[in-house]
Ligand binder design. Structure first.
Ligand SMILES: [Zn+2]
Length: 150
């Protein structure tokens, strides 16, 4: 029998298995009444393009500060936006910001590993000595690329 500890998330009730990636904080699904209240509070205006949200037009509950950037899922952060505006804004503004925040966090925690180490630098396999000879860092032996004289 394999013991698999299971954590039930306190906030959104999702089941989370230890070792799996952490679930993103889930947004609350608003009821029809709450959506109507939000639309009236926003005067039927899209907070992105400031245009009116016409009856029958698709619109989303947008988060001014994205949840991924630790924005809250409450009425202070919820705004109404046209679905088209919201999708464009998410893809062109929010996602790059989220990606950058993740890169900065990884760098901050020292988890970042460069794919292109500086030639001859600390992370390169080769090392150039002060006398100009190039050695393999792991063995300390000089690198030899030429042909042996016969
Ligand atoms: Zn709009």
């Amino acid at each position: 029998m394999i013991y698999l500890p299971v954590i039930v998330h306190a906030l959104n009730g999702t089941v989370h298995q230890r070792g799996a990636a952490s679930p993103a904080p889930k947004r609350k699904r608003l009821s029809t009444t709450e959506r109507v209240q939000l639309l009236e509070r926003e005067n039927s205006r899209c907070h992105l393009c400031k245009g009116e949200i016409q009856p029958g037009q698709a619109w989303d509950v947008s988060h001014e500060i994205p949840l991924e950037l630790h924005g809250t899922d409450d009425n202070g952060n919820r705004r109404a936006a046209h679905r088209k505006c919201h999708r464009i804004h998410t893809a062109t503004v929010d996602q790059p910001k989220i990606a950058k925040a993740k890169r900065n966090y990884a760098k901050h925690r020292g988890a970042h590993v460069t794919r292109l180490p500086m030639r001859g630098g600390r992370h390169d396999a080769l090392k150039r000595r002060m006398d100009g000879t190039v050695v393999v860092r792991a063995t300390g032996r000089p690198l030899f690329l030429g042909r042996l004289k016969s």
